[in-house]
Design a protein around this ligand. Structure first.
Ligand SMILES: Nc1nc2c(ncn2[C@@H]2O[C@H](COP(=O)(O)OP(=O)(O)OP(=O)(O)O)[C@@H](O)[C@H]2O)c(=O)[nH]1
Ligand SMILES: [Mg+2]
Ligand SMILES: [Zn+2]
Length: 307
């Protein structure tokens, strides 16, 4: 890079204008940037989390232009972010009923992309037993799990200790309390929460975009909720599924065949462990369901781009 280029990180992008956090002689600050025309292609969408190089644009309103992008460690469409280190997979224990297929899919994606997942079960005030049951299942599978309620929310300190200098993003269905938690952690009302304003009768406030906020030596962002996600569309194959199931991987090396699918084959060490109740039944079922679906589709990936 030439001397006239400043390195920064996109913290927000709305309508083609990007906020970039830079650190130069004037200290750490955020500046508005446009993007050089060559990057405005169909296939490439700048994302919050992108490391970029900016130059003076000569424009008074948008003083900088992004002239280069560093290669990405990873990139997600849901939530739309690049270079994510931690996904804070947030699911309510009730209201809405937790979609464990969606949670497991997010764990697979995290495994494939090398992102560290942290599971947060919210609304334990509405279902303490369920919170304990779910956290038990996912803790014994090998994940970091936190429980949160209005009286006992996940604390800023606990989270910061875990996420260090990385980019962390809340992710999960709509209405589970991502914004509520993010607001509490940042000590602001920066994010809209899904509370219905009785006075204004304006309906629900749901989050619509991602913005990286300074968090310790790293960043944290709220994200919009989502309900569906296709592993196939993301280019994830049957061979990738085990990356979301550390408790299955743990036994896989003892299987009789190297390419064992762990779906009930003779001599499968995973099946043996499952029979001995060492693997949760729901987790095993979801693994097998994903495996079968993607195995049956294995010849249809050809023209698909990998995640
Ligand atoms: N009982 C209970 N309610 C909660 C808890 N956390 C959040 N809520 C409520 O759940 C509703 C939805 O919270 P939000 O923070 O807007 O949810 P969100 O995940 O950001 O939703 P989207 O932006 O649509 O994705 C709000 O009415 C919150 O007050 C909790 O731990 N317990
Ligand atoms: Mg929200
Ligand atoms: Zn096996």
């Amino acid at each position: 890079m030439g001397d006239d280029k400043i390195e920064g990180i996109i913290t927000k992008g709305i309508g083609g204008i990007y906020t970039v956090r830079i650190s130069d002689d004037s200290g750490v600050r955020k500046v508005f940037c446009s993007v050089r025309g060559t990057f405005r292609q169909k296939d490439f969408i700048p994302q919050a989390g992108d490391t970029v190089y900016i130059e003076d644009s000569g424009d008074v309103d948008i003083p900088y232009v992004i002239s280069a992008f560093a290669s990405r460690r990873n990139s997600l469409q849901r939530p739309p972010l690049a270079n994510v280190d931690y996904l804070l997979l947030t699911f309510a224990v009730t209201e809405p009923v937790p979609d464990l297929k969606l949670l497991d899919k997010m764990l697979i994606i995290s495994g494939v992309l090398g992102i560290k997942p942290v599971i947060i079960f919210t609304k334990s005030d509405l279902g303490e037993e369920e919170a304990n049951k779910l956290s038990g299942i996912y803790r014994s599978a090998g994940f970091d799990v936190m429980i949160s309620s209005p009286d006992n929310p996940v604390s800023k300190e606990t989270l910061m200790e875990l996420t260090g200098s990385g980019i962390s993003a809340f992710a999960g269905p709509s209405g589970v309390g991502k914004s509520s938690l993010c607001n509490r952690i940042l000590g602001t009302r920066a994010m809209e929460t899904n509370e219905i304003s009785v006075k204004l009768k304006r309906g629900k406030h749901t989050t619509r975009h991602c913005e990286l906020h300074d968090f310790g030596d790293g960043f944290i962002t709220d994200t919009p909720g989502f309900t569906s996600l296709s592993l196939f569309d993301l280019g994830i194959t049957h061979k990738d599924i085990c990356k979301g199931y550390p408790e299955i991987m743990e036994h896989a090396s003892d299987c009789r065949y190297d390419d064992c699918g762990h779906v009930g084959e003779a001599g499968c060490a995973v099946e043996e462990a499952f029979q001995k109740c060492m693997i949760d039944e729901g987790r095993m079922q979801r693994y097998r369901e994903f495996y079968k679906e993607l195995y049956d589709n294995r010849n249809n990936y050809k023209r698909r781009k990998r995640l």
